[in-house]
Design a protein around this ligand. Structure first.
Ligand SMILES: *Cc1c(COP(=O)(O)O)cnc(C)c1O
Length: 363
């Protein structure tokens, strides 16, 4: 048995006891009661997205978050389309890799990982490539913790008649997003991030008329978003293939707990408080935050190594033995490590973490 610890990573993250208990039964994947659970959480996701079921649908896809993104990229963009990807981190790059694999025509706007994507840069690109039909970007770039300003960018991109795709994997449920007002056609997230469930599936909030026009576009069978949608609609919430039944029940419980907490607004406030406490406390201990406060998300924070001889591995191991698991950095320009503050993580946990870090660095 491994020692227990608090996950300070951006998903999978620490879940509540009751979310874990919801998995303590072997549920049937096609039974009517189970289909009701699926239909119910699909509706709850639309509520979180602040949209209604006449215009939008929520479609779960088995697999981790990447599978949901790949489902959108591989099954909704045709050979005649052209995709623009705005990239300022590993998750934007991942979409570009997908486009390469499927032979999708694409142009990449690549921005320094420490900076946000801006409307100016996006507009410049769109003017340069007037044949762009689809646009994809990341909301919270978990690579660094930058929160990209989708609300400035997406409505104006969509106003040009371009289909908009937002990977809101690490922000949906933890940062308020009005999907309709922001003119998002496809938003992707997963079970194990700010909704605070366990890993096992992703989901797409899709504008119905846009999704319905993609029938027959898929390049794979299992990631066919339209087909999964059609099956769920025709068959009252039936997944096409075996679904992660335990994960779905945990997710259903997690959505109820999100509502009990006071919804996304209250959860966002808790995350903001956690992040500010964390960043402020770390700065007092001599660690510098990588990202400008203006673009810093309330999800995950990158800290620059305090000295050239800083041994992250040793720091990680010591923190782990104190009951905290953190995350290595992921960028090339500066050596960093990351600490997430989402999940069942409260102010007192941040206090304890800072005490543990202080002890380690003063040893
Ligand atoms: C977590 C995450 C993903 C998906 O990662 P998986 O490991 O496949 O779950 C995609 N995009 C962003 C921004 C993420 O934070």
């Amino acid at each position: 048995m491994v020692e227990k610890y608090l996950l300070l990573t951006p998903g999978p993250l620490t879940t509540s006891e009751t979310v874990k208990q919801a998995m303590d039964f072997d549920y049937c994947t096609w039974d009517d009661d189970y289909k009701k659970i699926t239909q119910s959480f699909r509706q709850s996701l639309l509520d979180v997205a602040q949209v209604n079921a006449d215009e939008y649908t929520a479609v779960p896809i088995q697999g981790s978050g990447t599978y949901g993104v790949e489902s959108v990229i591989s099954s909704t963009i045709s050979a005649n389309d052209k995709l623009m990807i705005a990239i300022n981190g590993a998750y934007g790059k991942r979409i570009s890799e997908m486009a390469d694999i499927y032979g999708i025509n694409h142009v990449d706007l690549v921005v320094d990982e420490r900076e946000p994507i801006t409307l100016e840069l996006v507009t410049e690109y769109l003017d340069k490539y007037p044949d762009i039909t689809h646009f994809a970007m990341i909301h919270c770039e978990t690579t660094t913790g930058v929160l990209n300003p989708i609300e400035d960018i997406i409505p104006l991109v969509n106003a040009r008649g371009i289909v908009t795709i937002v990977d809101a994997m690490s922000s949906f449920g933890g940062v308020p997003i009005n999907v309709k007002d922001n003119k998002i056609d496809y938003l992707i997230s997963s079970s194990n991030k700010c909704i605070q469930g366990v890993p096992g599936f992703s989901f797409v909030i899709a504008r119905k008329n846009v999704l319905e026009a993609t029938k027959g576009t898929a390049r794979t069978l299992s990631l066919d978003l339209y087909d999964q949608y059609a099956e769920m609609e025709q068959n009252n919430g039936k997944w096409r293939f075996t679904s992660p039944t335990h994960v779905v029940h945990a997710f259903y419980e997690a959505l109820q707990e999100l509502a009990q907490e006071g919804g996304v607004v209250a959860r966002h406030q808790r995350y903001v408080n956690n992040q500010k406490h964390l960043a402020g406390g770390m700065e007092e201990l001599g660690f510098k935050v990588l990202i400008d406060e203006k673009y810093q998300s309330p999800i995950i924070t990158s800290f620059i190594y305090p000295s050239d001889d800083f041994d992250f591995h040793e720091f990680y191991q010591e923190l782990k033995s104190d009951g905290f698991v953190i995350y290595p950095g992921k960028i090339s320009q500066v050596p960093t490590f990351r600490i997430g503050n989402i999940g069942e993580v409260y102010d007192e946990d941040i206090t304890k973490l800072l005490v543990a870090i202080k002890e380690i660095i003063n040893r």
